[in-house]
Design a protein around this ligand. Structure first.
Ligand code: FES
Ligand code: FES
Length: 168
């Protein structure tokens, strides 16, 4: 056992675990965030996708000790009120069927739109190919990503810094 410090969704956690424990186990069973799912356990299905420093990883096959010192984001952390444009587009297009794969799908879609704000169908297929959906929701996933892309492009941009008021 070892003491491992994790930062998940901007919250610090110190947990006592086997350093080789998969990050997914730590997220779900130790920290208690159950939005991230266990599918195959061998990095083949994408159900367990979370972000490590903004990039998607398969948490079922990533040792918890290797995640220490990095910024981990789970489905619970992408938006305060579950209202990320990708989540909204998922609802608009009624993407989920059984829902089991969908948190992983959303995490991959969020990462895609961060690196490529206007993906083509081919870009989407390439980025999402590691996320398997046994219910076959791929067409709706693609449509929802295009909708989220358009919504994000149309959203007003926040100013980088607040202009200082001059002395009067
Ligand atoms: S559970 Fe991790 S990729 Fe399938
Ligand atoms: S919605 Fe059922 S596995 Fe994807």
């Amino acid at each position: 056992m070892a003491s491992v410090k994790l930062t998940i969704n901007n919250q610090a956690h110190t947990i006592d675990v086997d350093p080789d424990m998969p990050l997914l186990w730590a997220i779900r069973d130790v920290v208690g965030l159950t939005g991230t799912k266990f599918g195959c356990g061998i990095a083949q299905c994408g159900a367990c996708t979370v972000h490590l420093d903004g990039a998607p990883i398969r948490s079922c096959s990533y040792p918890v000790s290797a995640a220490a010192g990095h910024k981990i984001t789970t489905i619970e952390g992408i938006a305060k009120n579950a209202d990320h444009p990708v989540q909204k587009a998922w609802i608009e297009h009624q993407v989920p069927q059984c829902g089991y794969c969908q948190s992983g799908q959303i995490m991959s879609a969020v990462a895609l739109l961060k690196s490529n704000p206007k993906p083509t169908d081919a870009d989407i297929d390439a980025a999402m190919q590691g996320n398997i959906c046994r219910c076959g929701t791929y067409q709706r996933i693609r449509q929802a990503i295009h909708t989220a892309s358009a919504d994000m492009a149309a959203a007003p941009k926040m100013p980088k810094s607040t202009p200082k008021l001059g002395k009067r």
